[in-house]
Design a protein around this ligand. Structure first.
Ligand code: FES
Length: 107
């Protein structure tokens, strides 16, 4: 289980526990975190699960695949150096304490 904090575009935060082995997106959806649409259900095909990873965590995540990198060009809010697709981030114990910020919109 890893505690993950989601900060919305207005600055409000919410911390949830996500089981190891789930994706960050699955944890958000199962806990009704507003702002993660995940329209493709985790297939790396929609870019509506976009998050900005807190800089301190960016290097601690698994690297992007070429498919994730390509799809990040299609996000509703322009990507930054800290953009990731939450469906492509598997939760592990090493991510306990992860903080991500949600974009203003996903579509
Ligand atoms: S849920 Fe569609 S790309 Fe992540």
């Amino acid at each position: 289980m890893a505690k993950v904090t989601f900060v919305d575009a207005g600055g409000a935060s919410r911390t949830i526990n996500i089981p190891v082995g789930w994706s960050l997106m699955e944890g958000a959806v199962q806990h009704d975190v507003a702002g993660i649409l995940a329209e493709c259900g985790g297939g790396c095909a929609c870019a509506t699960c976009h998050v900005f990873v807190a800089p301190a965590w960016a290097d601690r995540l698994p690297p992007q695949t070429p498919a994730e990198n390509d799809l990040l060009e299609c996000t509703a809010v322009t990507r930054t150096a800290y953009s990731r697709l939450s469906c492509q981030i598997p939760i592990s114990d090493a991510l306990d304490g992860l903080v991500v910020t949600l974009p203003e919109r996903q579509t």
